[in-house]
Design a protein around this ligand. Structure first.
Ligand code: ADP
Ligand code: MG
Length: 393
C-alpha cells in the first residue's frame, strides 16, 4: 500500500491523467455505446492507492464522463458498483498481503468480473447487445491490459522494495560495526579497573599504593564514560525513528548543552542560525553535532570563539561549526573520521567516526577547513530534497 500524502496525491494525479487519456481514445463504438479502457487506471488506482484515492478517482471519472458526453445514470451505477466491488474484494482477499503472483491473478479475475457485471447492468438498464465483438472489446482486451499493467506495477514495486531492504541492511551493518568497536573499547578500561580493584584486596597495602590504584581505576572509569558519551545515541534504544528535524531548534539546544563546557574554558559562543527543516533521526543528529562542537571547544583550552552558523542555499542547508582553536595539519585532516584517531591524551578517537557515519547516512556532505594555530571550520551540507527520499535516512 502507498503511504504519505504526496505519494497519494501523485498517484491520484497520474491515474486521473490516465483515465482522461483513455477516455480521449476509445477502442470501440457503435450506435449504443462508446467504449474505452478507462476502467483499468480506475481499478489500478483503487488497488494501489487505496479506497480514498479510489473515491477521488471515482469523482474524476464522473466529472470527466459528464463533461465529455453527458450525465448518465447507467455510467454512475456501473462506476459505483465497480468501486465498491474492488474495495470489498481487496478487504476480503487481503490484497495488501498477497504475493505478487496472487495480486496479478486477483486483479485480472476481479477485472473480468467487473466487465461482466458492467455489461449486465448496461443490459438491464438500456438497449445493449452482447455479441462477439463485445466479448473481445469489453472483456478480453481490457482484462489482458489489466494483466500487463498489474505485472508492470508489481515488478516496479518489487524493485523499490529491494532497494529499501538494501538500505536497511547497510544501516544495520553500520550499527553492528559501531557496536562492536564500542564494546571492544569499553572492555579495555573495564579490565584495567577489575585488575586494580583486585589489587586493592591485598592486605597490608601501603596507603600510597592504595591511592595510586584508586586514581588509575577512576581515570579508567572516566575513559569508559567518554567512550559511551561519544557513542551516546547508539547506547540508547530506538535510534532509527525518522522525523522532521528543525535545524534551528536543535542547534540552539546543542549550544545550551555545551554551555557548561564552554564557560569552563572561557569560550564565547556565537550563534547565527537560520531555520530549515530536514528529515532524519533527531538523536543521531544531536549526537553528530555534539561530537563536532565538543571537539571545537576542546581545541580552545585557552579560550576563543565558537561559531554555530546555519544557512539555506541552493536547495540545501549548510551548517558550519567554526572554532579559533589549535587547528590541524593536512595529515591530521586526512585522518578525520577514522576510528581511534585522536591527538588527545585522553581522547577516544570515536567521536568524529560516529558523526561522519551519521551525517553520511543522512546524505550530508562534510568539508573541513583548518589551519594550525588559527582554527578549524566544519561545514556540513544537507540536501533539502532529502524529504523526497526519506527511506534513505
Ligand atoms: P577525540 O575527541 O576523542 O580525540 P574525535 O574523533 O572526536 O576523537 O576527534 C579526533 C581528532 O580530530 C581529535 O583528537 C583532534 O585531533 C581532531 N579534531 C577534531 N576536531 C577538531 C577541531 N575542531 N580542532 C582541532 N582538532 C580537531
Ligand atoms: Mg571528540
Amino acid at each position: 500500500m502507498i503511504h504519505g500524502w504526496y505519494t497519494r496525491l501523485a498517484t491520484l494525479v497520474s491515474f486521473s491523467i490516465a483515465i482522461i487519456l483513455c477516455m480521449l481514445s476509445p477502442i470501440y463504438h457503435n450506435q449504443y455505446c462508446v467504449h474505452d479502457l478507462r476502467m483499468i487506471p480506475f481499478v489500478l488506482g483503487i488497488l494501489y492507492g487505496g479506497p480514498y484515492t479510489g473515491l477521488a478517482l471515482l469523482a474524476v471519472l464522473l466529472v470527466s464522463r459528464t463533461m465529455m458526453y453527458s450525465w448518465s445514470i447507467v455510467a454512475f451505477v456501473i462506476y459505483v458498483v465497480i468501486f465498491l466491488m474492488t474495495v470489498f474484494g481487496m478487504k476480503w482477499f487481503k490484497f495488501d498481503r498477497l504475493s505478487s503472483r496472487k495480486k496479478i491473478i486477483f486483479s485480472v479475475f476481479l477485472f473480468t468480473i467487473h466487465s461482466i457485471v458492467a455489461a449486465l447492468i448496461a443490459k438491464a438498464m438500456t438497449v445493449f447487445v452482447i455479441d462477439e465483438s463485445y466479448l473481445i472489446n469489453f472483456i478480453l482486451l481490457p482484462s489482458l491490459g489489466m494483466l500487463i499493467l498489474t505485472y508492470i506495477c508489481e515488478t516496479l514495486l518489487k524493485q523499490i522494495q529491494i532497494k529499501q531492504a538494501l538500505v536497511k541492511i547497510e544501516k544495520m551493518e553500520v550499527l553492528a560495526q559501531l557496536a562492536a568497536s564500542i564494546s571492544h573499547e569499553v572492555k579495555n578500561p573495564l579490565t584495567v579497573i577489575k585488575g586494580f580493584l583486585r589489587l586493592l584486596h591485598q592486605e597490608n597495602l601501603p596507603i600510597g599504593k592504595k591511592e595510586q590504584y584508586l586514581t588509575i581505576a577512576s581515570s579508567e572509569l572516566n575513559r569508559a564514560e567518554d567512550i559511551i558519551n561519544d557513542y551516546l545515541t547508539f547506547a540508547r534504544p530506538d535510534p532509527e525513528q525518522v522525523e522532521d528535524i528543525s535545524i534551528a531548534e536543535q542547534l540552539h539546544k546543542l549550544a545550551d548543552m555545551v554551555e557548561p563546557l564552554s564557560n569552563q574554558q572561557s569560550v564565547l559562543v556565537h550563534k547565527d542560525i537560520q531555520e530549515a527543516m530536514i528529515v532524519g533521526n533527531t538523536r543521531n543528529f544531536q549526537q553528530a553535532f555534539l561530537n563536532i562542537i565538543k571537539n571545537a571547544i576542546e581545541s580552545m583550552p585557552k579560550g576563543g570563539t565558537l561559531t554555530i552558523h546555519s544557512m539555506v542555499q541552493k536547495g540545501g542547508v549548510t551548517i558550519t561549526i567554526t572554532d579559533t582553536g589549535t587547528g590541524m595539519t593536512p595529515l591530521q585532516q586526512a585522518r578525520l573520521g577514522e576510528p581511534y584517531f585522536s591527538t588527545k591524551e585522553k581522547g577516544t578517537g570515536l567521536g568524529l567516526m560516529v558523526s561522519y557515519r551519521i551525517i553520511e547516512a543522512m546524505r550530508g556532505v562534510i568539508t573541513v577547513e583548518s589551519r594550525v594555530g588559527k582554527g578549524t571550520s566544519f561545514q556540513i551540507i544537507f540536501p533539502m530534497d532529502q524529504r523526497k527520499n526519506p527511506s534513505f535516512i
